[in-house]
Design a protein around this ligand. Structure first.
Ligand code: ATP
Ligand code: 9VF
Ligand code: MG
Length: 443
């Protein structure tokens, strides 16, 4: 039988068992799609996920508690019935009021400087199943029976509990060892220039985490005080200025494109590459590259702009990817190209050299090939491809109404940032809610 969620357990008993085992009476309970906001008879309030299997649901289902909360002044009879697992259908004190989730943003009730369990668990932003958003009332308990325990204990619980719980999946850690989720958490909190050796580490997880949290908050506050610019946005602006100064026209073509464009790029449904494409409806897709839009612009501008035509685009591209540290499913591509005169490998390499020199990024040139263009000149930083560049013309040009020589190169902006700032994972500089300028935001 499926377990009942918290809200139905609450309406059945009208009682609540807090994290430290106190049995409370419930004055009111509001639900959103995912959360409950519960106010106790003693005045304390909490916000918690409406889970079926979390700590709170287990306590209520099993009628387990430590002591009744004095502030709630529960009747002896109610406590006894709860202990004896007697259902008091006649005495349901709680009505669960549904509120729209917009009124119910857990972030609104979070207090700066206090870690919200679960939210801080995963860099990917996964929320722990049974985390409680403590309202100010619980964070700074008034003089109730429950708050007679020192506040320190409550705070420690908040910071360390989620990790203990998640680690239950793994083997119990030895002393001075860290669970994988603790390591992941610490790694997500490191700044790009920071390193940690877990095997040599003397500090506990809680100590390391707390030090890093303080640092990262400082970093974010400093960014807010200083430049206030987003790295990815800033790089797009810097590169735009660079190419505009070099005589390239900035274009912005659609992100949502007909799938037919991809067929015309040689990536039809029969091709392996087409599995990487995010289809939208029957005929459209999110662009995995900028070339179709640029091809169309080149054709349209051919009889309009003077020779050679130089254009470039920077913008989001989408590919289904499974590979780790240098691949994103949503990334930002720069593609510049020139059509007409002087479309030589030398011009191409010199433009690439100027760009990477301007950005201060070291690189190597290697020969490669790809399904769409055939031979490519790949630009590498260590083992990571920064760009694939091509000297046209190629047979496919005909399908796009192009009949002049061309050169072009496509760069990933997040890869440029990763190379420039030595980021360990590309995700920390991607479009993200979990990182800002490489700094973890789950603080
Ligand atoms: P890789 O072989 O590394 O998957 P690719 O050869 O498929 O890359 P291209 O089609 O040549 O990539 O795209 C041009 C550039 O766009 C790449 O050199 C890279 O900098 C960037 N890029 C491509 N795919 C991704 C991705 N999934 N995430 C981030 N950047 C990407
Ligand atoms: C090389 C990058 C075919 C003349 C409009 C421009 C190029 C860069 C390829 C990536 C992409 N191609 N795979 O084409 O500059 O976006 O296709 Si055009
Ligand atoms: Mg490539």
């Amino acid at each position: 039988m499926e377990k009942k969620p918290l809200d139905s357990l609450i309406s059945k008993t009208g009682l609540w068992v807090s994290r430290n085992g106190y049995l409370h009476g419930i004055r009111s309970c509001e639900t959103s799609q995912k959360y409950l906001r519960i106010t106790m008879d003693c005045g304390e309030a909490i916000q918690i996920r409406n889970s079926r299997s979390g700590r709170a649901a287990r306590s209520l289902r099993n009628h387990k508690y430590h002591k009744p909360c004095k502030g709630c002044r529960l009747a002896e009879e109610r406590i006894r019935d709860f202990s004896n697992k007697i259902s008091r259908k006649d005495e349901v004190r709680v009505t669960v009021k549904t509120v729209r989730s917009i009124q119910f943003d857990p972030a609104q009730s979070s207090i700066p400087g206090v870690s919200v369990p679960g939210e801080s668990l995963q860099p990917s932003g996964n929320i722990d199943k049974d985390h409680t958003h403590h309202s100010p009332a619980e964070r700074q308990p008034s003089v109730t029976a429950q708050s007679s325990k020192p506040q320190v204990a409550a705070r420690q619980t908040r910071i360390t509990k989620p990790f203990d719980r998640s680690s239950q999946k793994h083997a119990r850690p030895e002393k001075n060892e860290f669970t994988q989720s603790q390591k992941n958490r610490v790694l997500s909190l490191l700044a790009p220039d920071e390193m940690i050796s877990f095997s040599k580490e003397k500090r506990s997880f809680a100590e390391i985490e707390s030090t890093l949290l303080t640092q990262r908050k400082k970093d974010l506050r400093m960014m807010y005080e200083d430049s206030r610019e987003n790295m990815l946005g800033k790089l797009e602006r810097t590169i735009t200025e660079f190419f505009v100064d070099m005589g390239f026209l900035e274009v912005k073509s659609p992100i949502l494109i007909p799938f037919e464009y991809m067929e015309r790029m040689g990536v039809g449904e029969d091709k392996e590459l087409s599995r990487q494409i995010f289809r939208v409806g029957d005929n459209m897709c999110l662009r995995p590259m900028l070339a179709p839009g640029l091809y169309n612009h080149l054709r349209k501008f051919d009889n309009v702009l003077p020779d050679p035509i130089r254009i470039f685009e920077i913008g989001p591209c989408y590919r289904k990817e499974s590979d780790g540290n240098s691949h994103l499913e949503e990334f930002t591509m720069l593609n510049f190209c020139q059509m007409g005169s002087r479309c030589t490998r030398q011009t191409l390499e010199s433009l690439i050299g100027d760009l990477l020199g301007f950005l201060g990024i070291e690189y190597e040139v290697v020969a490669d090939s790809c399904m769409v263009y055939g031979a490519t000149i790949d630009i590498m930083h260590k083992n990571m491809e920064l760009s694939s560049a091509v000297v046209g013309p190629i047979p496919m040009d005909m399908d796009w109404g192009i009949d002049k020589p061309w050169i072009g190169a496509g760069f990933g902006l997040e890869r440029l940032l990763k190379a420039k700032h030595n980021f360990k994972n590309i995700r920390s500089v991607a479009r993200s809610e979990s990182y800002y300028n490489g700094i973890c935001t789950n603080l």
